[in-house]
Ligand binder design. Sequence first.
Ligand code: GAR
Length: 208
Amino acid sequence: MKNICVLVSGGGTNLQALIDAEKSGMIKNGKITCVISSKEGAYALERAINNGIATRVIPRKDYSDVAAYTKAITDALLEEKADLVVYAGFMIILDEQIIKAFPNKMMNVHPALIPSFCGKGFYGLHVHEAALEKGVKLTGATVHFVTEVCDGGPIILQKAVEVKNGDTPEILQRRVMEQAEWKILPQAVSLFCQDRITVKDGRAYVDL
Ligand code: GAR
């Protein structure tokens, strides 16, 4: 059974999707063992506590720079014996220390079809604002492995979602979550836990 540690910063709807998937038996060979938040008071922490999952809060503001913060998160994940680290609405970019400790063992859900609307500055609602500004007719979500390149690691799963006339960033965000993120993130986690994802030459191959 693989230990899944989830990194969060906010509301935690993706964490909830993972908890629900685990409860329904959809996540084969994996268990969420710890939730780590970069913010005190994040609602994601309540979701974890309500489901009997251990929590840790490691506030970004308590650390002087990214290197010190990355070390604190990395040490916590090593202590928790994480086999898989999931960035589920985790809003902080960590440095290469953590990539070296968990190579191809960390996945992130991003609310767009990478390589569109990704990289530094593209997070949360900003991603949907940018998609609406551009006038794309399809957007979606991507689950990918985390590497040194922000949002640039091997792509595991993607799902497209329609943009509709009159969408606001909030409406589009909700549709992308419901139709894409909450589906492909648990699916990718389950595939990982069953050793059905391999990475070769910078690309992920998934045994669906
Ligand atoms: C989600 O849409 C997630 O994809 C996005 O933030 C939201 C968090 O919601 N993540 C990023 O933009 C990371 N680059 P949640 O806390 O309810 O899961």
